[in-house]
Design a protein around this ligand. Sequence first.
Ligand code: 1WB
Ligand code: MN
Length: 350
Amino acid sequence: MPVKKNSGNKKKEWRRIATEEAFSIPEVAKALRDVARSPSNSQDMILVSRIYDAPDEKSGGGLLPRLLDFEEMRLRDMDETGTTMHLLSLTAPGVQMFDADTATELTALANDRLAEVISRHPTRFAGLASFAPQSPKRAAKEMERAIKKLKLNGFVVNSHTNSEYFDDRKFWPALEAAEALDACIYIHPRAASDGMAAAFRLYGLDSAQWGYGMETSTHAVRMIVSGVFDHFPKLKICLGHMGEAVHFWLWRLDYMNRNAQNRGVAPKLKLKPSEYFKRNFVITTSGQESHLALDFSIKALGAENVLWAIDYPYQPSAPAVAFMDSAPISDADKEKIYHGNAERVFHIKA
Ligand code: 1WB
Ligand code: MN
């Protein structure tokens, strides 16, 4: 599809598909406001109270109106910054702080709304379906509906569910469904699980500053070293924020995981941790605008495994576009990162 030209700007225009772009719906926002007013020790309460129980529209950084909007501020922002498409995902913590029935119901509603807005703007929006890990069998059914009937493009999950991770077999019906549907699961951050949260209670470390990345990288590593990918060799996982830095660790993970296997504290695996990461994962650049980190990621994983993202509305679009436009990489790699990889991994029409 033709990309809107910036007038008077001779810069090369790219087809830009942004792959970690957040939305919500009023029903989920209201349920999160109820969570904010309930007793909970979850570290997510800091964010949930700030955004969903704010005294007026402008507090909480004015994020809620932008999360609930598709056709006004969002499309205007996309037009102004030359962003061709948002791959939308229900924003963190998604439905994962609700009871199983509420979570299951709200995923169906959110997925329906998502499909509806995509059908109105099929060249501007694609979407990741949510599912409720609290009820893995029902989640698997909704996942099948989301891909086969609603034609959504993959899945999003916001890291732990009640402080439990996908190495736990109770969640495997959802992983099995994703693999069978050839649909990638984007593991988006949320605040740290109860067991790791204490160290992040000061200095705003609960947040995207640090805690989110530690939580999500830990989730990915638990999946790898527990043997999830020996059971689901075709399962695809996407990590944002430049892979949550997992690929920086691959040499040490390989070395120390072998020690852990030899001591009998980690299961024997068919492959090395680094080999699963390269086979089963892709990463995005969401909210991590460092050319040095991008260069390392391309060298470590190959340009075909790196996708562009903004992290709208939590980070501004123009710098994310400028970051990728100015990246010192070949045009061929830029085409992959801006759109080709997203089209392949998330089955988006080229
Ligand atoms: C923020 C960033 C909030 C992310 C989020 O809530 C997510 C923030 C769901 O900066 O406040 C993110 O994905 O980086
Ligand atoms: Mn995000």
